[in-house]
Design a protein around this ligand. Structure first.
Ligand SMILES: CC(=O)SCCNC(=O)CCNC(=O)[C@H](O)C(C)(C)COP(=O)(O)OP(=O)(O)OC[C@H]1O[C@@H](n2cnc3c(N)ncnc32)[C@H](O)[C@@H]1OP(=O)(O)O
Ligand SMILES: O=C([O-])CC(=O)C(=O)O
Length: 374
């Protein structure tokens, strides 16, 4: 791995605290959660095991996992008052705004009253997010009031069944599970840092998560998977993709789904989701979008030495599973909630309010002139 020069604006390369949860760009494939390589977790664990790991520091035993999954399954339904709020949000709303309102409103109905309730609050959000997203989506788009409880064992399967009403295939369940594992945690990224800053004021879990959703929403962060999909859908062929991208680079436009603040030559999550995207394209029976995505990857590396981050092949993978583009970033929320909540817990365990300084570049000291003399 070639070390990226981490300096300059955006606090790049500066340590802003300690964590035992994650390393980025340091060892193994380049991403570890609590010492486990993400590729090992993606191959040999489930998302619920990863959530348990992040919240408790160790992978669960079979008994612990079964108990944990039963607890989550029992918390999936939404309070009637939250359903009524979701019903009032128009179809034109951005689903990330729906997630933000959902998290915030749940915090009104079931507040975290003290930090002894932090696991309960995190698990409640983890269990409820798929229904918050899909209840609103199906009501506002299809006028269907869905049942927020399913018999699906996993978070990924539960989400897919809520969205379509159909039992998902094993392949789709597995890809959702891998995707949720890949997005779960990533050290001091912008949204997690937001959550930690909020936690450092001793605020509640729902406020920290609501703030983090706001940070994840932007296209330079989580919103890139949706933006990447919007882009690749405009390309007619692999050749057209290259021509269009050359134009974008010439106009100095950012190409969504490429580059990274920390990784220098590759994002270890890309190779994993790319493999699943290819598998899904074969099942889908039309590999055009996958082939276009591969052409984009080749072109960006050849011309700019920029590589796909976690978001790029997620776009085609989710598309092949029939997931509407506007729900891509909210799925990221369903997963990253685990990382955010784990960081909130870690911040609370050794807290000092996060309050950096600024270098002043404004006007010299001056006196206020009476308003009629300005
Ligand atoms: C899960 C995630 O959140 S992953 C990130 C998702 N975000 C995206 O995919 C958005 C597109 N990518 C980007 O905007 C950036 O690569 C970021 C925000 C991820 C990282 O930003 P930075 O750390 O500031 O980028 P970095 O310092 O590596 O940029 C180096 C140069 O490459 C350019 N560059 C970086 N990424 C891209 C891109 N995707 N398209 C075009 N140019 C790019 C930068 O403009 C910069 O050029 P300059 O030196 O002429 O100004
Ligand atoms: O670490 C970052 O800056 C962005 C990222 O990849 C993530 O949050 O998954």
């Amino acid at each position: 791995m070639v070390d990226k020069k981490l300096s300059g604006a955006g606090l790049r390369g500066q340590s802003a605290g300690e964590t035992a949860l994650c390393t980025v760009g340091k060892s193994g494939s380049g991403l570890t959660y609590c010492g486990y390589d993400v590729s090992d977790l993606a191959d040999n664990a489930t998302f619920e095991e990863v959530a348990y790991l992040l919240f408790n520091g160790e992978l669960p035993t079979q008994t612990q996992l079964s108990t944990y999954k039963s607890e989550l399954a029992a918390m999936r339904d939404l309070p009637q008052a939250l359903k009524e709020v979701l019903q009032r949000i128009p179809a034109s709303a951005h689903p990330m705004d729906v997630m933000r309102t959902g998290a915030s409103f749940l915090g009104n109905l079931e507040p975290e009253e003290n930090f002894d309730q932090q696991h309960q609050a995190a698990n409640r959000l983890l269990a409820a997010f798929p229904a918050i997203m899909t209840y609103w989506y199906r009501y506002s788009h299809d006028k269907v009031e869905i049942n927020c409880i399913t018999d699906e064992d996993s978070t990924g399967g539960h989400f897919l069944k809520l969205l379509t009403g159909n039992t998902p295939s094993e392949l789709h369940r597995r890809v959702m599970d891998v995707s949720l594992i890949l997005y779960a945690e990533h050290e001091f990224n912008a949204s997690t840092f937001t959550a930690r800053v909020c936690a450092s004021t001793l605020s509640d879990m729902f406020s920290c998560v609501t703030a983090a959703i706001g940070s994840l929403r932007g296209p330079l962060h989580g919103g890139a998977n949706e933006a990447a999909m919007d882009m690749i859908q405009t390309f007619k062929s692999p050749e057209d993709a290259k021509v269009q991208m050359a134009g974008m680079l010439e106009r100095k436009e950012k190409i969504m789904g490429f580059g990274h603040a920390v990784y220098s030559t590759s994002d270890p999550r890309n190779v994993i989701i790319k493999k699943w995207s290819e598998k899904l394209s074969q099942e889908f029976g039309d590999s055009a979008l996958y082939d276009i995505s591969v052409a984009c990857e080749e072109f960006m590396w050849d011309t700019k030495k920029l590589f796909c981050n976690a978001d790029f092949f997620h776009a085609s993978a989710y598309h092949f599973m029939g997931i509407p583009t506007k729900l891509f970033t909210p799925i990221f929320v369903c997963s990253r909630l685990t990382g955010w909540a784990a960081h909130v817990m870690e911040q609370r365990s050794n807290n000092r309010i996060i309050r950096p300084s600024a270098d002043y570049i404004g006007a010299e000291p001056r006196a206020v002139k009476p308003i009629d003399q300005r």
